[in-house]
Design a protein around this ligand. Structure first.
Ligand SMILES: [Zn+2]
Length: 167
């Protein structure tokens, strides 16, 4: 646990030769300070694996940050957890010009009630006609199922107009 009392969000930044790696963890709410992030330029790969939740103020700030970054960065989101996928499916502007490279799905086994977070690559899902490929249970080897309505969960991979048409 971070003991940083300035906010509930921790942003770590690491530059590599070809891109900048940004890792977010914690809660995105009114205390979130995106200042270290908005000054970045070039190719950004942002891992959202550690993001636990958002509140409505946090989402509004997030949308501003994404819009700001679009002007001078190439933004890629990686390792998006279900709570991020839910937001980007619901909220117009959440993704901005960013591209989702990989995301987690909670795969559940109806046979033995095992659930596991599985990382999927967006490209693989698109190559599979926007469907989750077969994932077998680690315990009993049965085929697992996504614990969300798959079409809704994968909506962000469809045409942007589809997302915007949600009331
Ligand atoms: Zn099982």
């Amino acid at each position: 646990m971070a003991s940083d009392n300035k906010g509930n969000l921790v942003i770590s930044i690491r530059a590599t030769e070809s891109f900048t790696e940004v890792s977010l963890s914690g809660v995105i709410d009114e205390s979130a300070d995106f200042a270290p992030m908005v000054e970045l330029e070039g190719k950004l790969r942002v891992s959202l694996q550690g993001v636990r939740r958002f509140n409505s103020v946090g989402i509004r700030e997030w949308i501003d940050v994404v819009r700001e970054l679009a002007q001078r960065t190439q933004l890629v989101f990686i390792e998006c957890p279900p709570q991020v996928i839910d937001q980007l499916n619901m909220i117009q502007g959440f993704l901005g010009h960013a591209r989702v490279e990989s995301f987690f799905g909670m795969m559940e086994c109806e046979n033995c009630a095992t659930s596991e977070a599985v990382l999927f690559r967006t490209r693989d899902i698109k190559d599979n006609d926007i469907a989750i490929p077969e994932v077998r249970c680690k315990q009993c080897n049965r085929v697992t199922e996504l614990d969300e309505i798959e079409d809704q969960y994968l909506l962000f991979l469809s045409e942007p107009t589809k997302i915007q048409s949600i009331p």
